[in-house]
Design a protein around this ligand. Structure first.
Ligand code: GTP
Ligand code: CA
Length: 543
């Protein structure tokens, strides 16, 4: 049959040359090839006559047909098994819940990750977050029961978010930060009662409650660093890491990797991690009382040393006035020792909106005089020079976003000028411009912006060059930047110390190769069964 179809054009005669032409005992040219009988090689192994071939076509024998069917079924089965076996199961997730009990408020975060990838690479992401109504748990020192109750609404929501069949195996953690650190310093029995109340409340939910505790400042800084580097895939890929800047209400953290720091100069500022096969020596420090609310308290305390009835505060807009209670201001352990004797009950603050003077007031809350190390940030705390890129989140983001100052390619001088202009804007105009913004937040942006700039430049020693490497962020790939994710990853051992073995091929490549090899093997097998085809010896043609 092949012989009938194969022909070449001869260069000289332009006559078709039939490689398998009909031999004399073929009386008829093959169908469609009228010239086929005109040439015939001298030696030719002939296929049987057509009439016989029809009867004895080797492809039509029952054995070949059965083998072909079995072969096709085998290939389909092989490919199906390969696809199913290696296909990531997309629908099944596991969950973890972390409560961030901050000084200003509590937030509930639910994380999810594919069930079969427990111990694998960066696939944990935030599924849901809920901001607990009211203040942070530390503000319930006088009525601890209410601290527990405050969490119920968000926890009921969490119950709905996690599939019922996963409730029992879902770990639930509560981590408290600077607000509870301060309460614990001030009144440890009140802090214990608050913990007792929140534990009781959380145990009523069907999750696997793993306890409530105060994070150390080191943990808070280090886990914030883990979170942002995990979310940006830098850990998994072994890339240069990003530093983390967290500005809370009561404390602030700075964490980064520096070439000039191996942990020896100030071991208490060192946290070591081995993640995905790489060692990291992270410098970290948490400044208690330097979160933006407590820093405002420090600034106000600085201005009310003598117990005045009125102060003119340059960090508030002209025309802004507020009456503040001395006992509330000096209630915090950050300033309690400085409470002026014989102070009146309250004082009136009236804004003057002067950035330069505000900057001076804020600088006075930092101590730049003592340093027993090679270099310090402030208050005698060791800190290497900031190095590499940084992600600045929580209040850094809220404030800079509001002030339209998140573009760090803007020079520090321009940032100062903009703040100068903003602080000098009359309060009435500010309120008119932002009618929907909560006035508690609105009144403090001048102070907060000036505080952030002072903390970064004078406090942490960022320069014009390194300032431009800061990115003000809220989320990374849909997950909030903060310590909670890093905390959970650590407690659930979800980041392996060593790099996981990655498959040689991606899933699609693997399936394609299996399919191609199976088809090739099958083709070879079938070819090995073929009957002996006619073959012609190369003899001169008899024309
Ligand atoms: N402008 C603005 N400020 C906010 C917002 N949410 C929180 N803040 C303020 O930003 C500051 C920091 O908030 P968080 O990062 O939640 O602080 P926290 O975790 O409660 O405090 P720490 O325990 O010190 O970490 C606080 O002064 C909050 O009042 C917001 O949506 N907008
Ligand atoms: Ca916080």
């Amino acid at each position: 049959m092949l012989g009938y179809l194969s022909h070449l054009e001869t260069g000289q005669t332009n006559q078709p040359l039939y490689l398998f032409p009909m031999c004399p005992h073929f009386h008829h040219p093959p169908p469609g090839n009228p010239l086929a009988s005109t040439s015939c090689p001298s030696v030719c192994l002939l296929p049987p006559p057509l009439s016989e071939m029809k009867e004895k076509n080797p492809w039509h024998t029952p054995v070949t047909i059965i083998l072909t069917v079995i072969g096709v079924i085998a290939i389909v089965t092989l490919v199906t098994v390969a696809v199913l076996q290696n296909k990531p199961i997309q629908q099944k997730y596991k969950y973890g819940i972390v409560l961030d009990a901050g000084s200003s408020h509590t937030a509930v975060y639910i994380y999810e990750w594919p069930a079969e990838k427990d111990n694998n690479t960066g696939r944990v992401q935030q599924k849901y977050s809920c901001k607990v109504k009211g203040k942070g748990i530390s503000s319930y020192a006088d009525e601890p029961q209410k601290a527990g109750e405050s969490l119920r609404e968000c926890m009921f929501e969490a119950k709905k978010q996690v599939p019922k069949n996963r409730h029992g195996e879902t770990p639930l953690y509560l981590g408290a930060t600077a607000g509870m650190r301060l309460l614990n310093l001030d009144d440890s029995s009140a802090s214990n009662k608050v913990f007792q109340a929140v534990e009781e409340a959380l145990q009523r939910f069907p999750f696997s409650f793993q306890g409530a505790r105060i994070l150390s400042g080191q943990e808070e800084g280090a886990f914030g660093w883990v979170t942002i580097n995990y979310l940006s895939d830098r850990l998994k890929q072994g890339l240069e890491t990003t530093g983390a800047l967290d500005l809370g209400g009561a404390s602030t953290q700075i964490s980064f990797v520096s070439d000039s720091y191996n942990g020896l100069e100030s071991p208490k500022n060192s946290v070591n991690f081995r993640l995905y096969g790489n060692d990291y020596h992270v410098y970290t420090h948490s400044f208690l009382c330097y979160g933006k609310d407590q820093a405002l308290g420090l600034a106000l305390a600085h201005q009310t040393k003598s117990g005045p009835r009125t102060i003119t505060d340059p960090c508030f807009h002209p025309g802004y006035t507020q009456t503040k209670n001395y006992s509330i201001l000096y209630d915090s352990p950050c300033v309690s020792e400085r409470k002026p004797q014989e102070a009146p009950l309250s004082f009136t603050l009236s804004g003057s909106g002067n950035f330069t003077k505000c900057h001076e007031v804020i600088k006075s809350v930092f101590d730049f005089t003592s340093c027993n190390y090679s270099r310090c940030s402030f208050n005698g705390v060791f800190q290497p020079t900031p190095q590499g890129s940084f992600g600045a989140f929580s209040a850094y983001y809220f404030v800079m976003k509001f002030l339209n100052l998140t573009d760090t390619s803007t020079s520090i001088e321009v940032v100062r000028e903009k703040l100068m202009e903003y602080c000098a804007t009359p309060w009435t105009k500010i309120v008119k411009q932002h009618p929907k913004v909560d006035q508690k937040y609105l009144s403090e942006y001048c102070f907060s912006g000036t505080y952030i700039l002072t903390l970064l430049i004078e406090g942490y020693n960022f320069t014009s060059e390194t300032y431009s490497k800061i990115e003000f962020i809220k989320k990374i790939k849909g997950s909030d930047a903060g310590w909670t994710l890093g905390y959970m990853l650590n407690l659930t051992n979800m980041i392996p110390a060593e790099a996981p073995d990655s498959p040689l091929l991606p899933h699609a490549g693997y399936v394609s190769i299996v399919t191609i090899i199976a088809i090739l093997l099958f083709a070879l097998f079938i070819l090995s069964l073929r009957p002996v085809w006619p073959t012609c010896s190369k003899q001169p043609q008899i024309v």
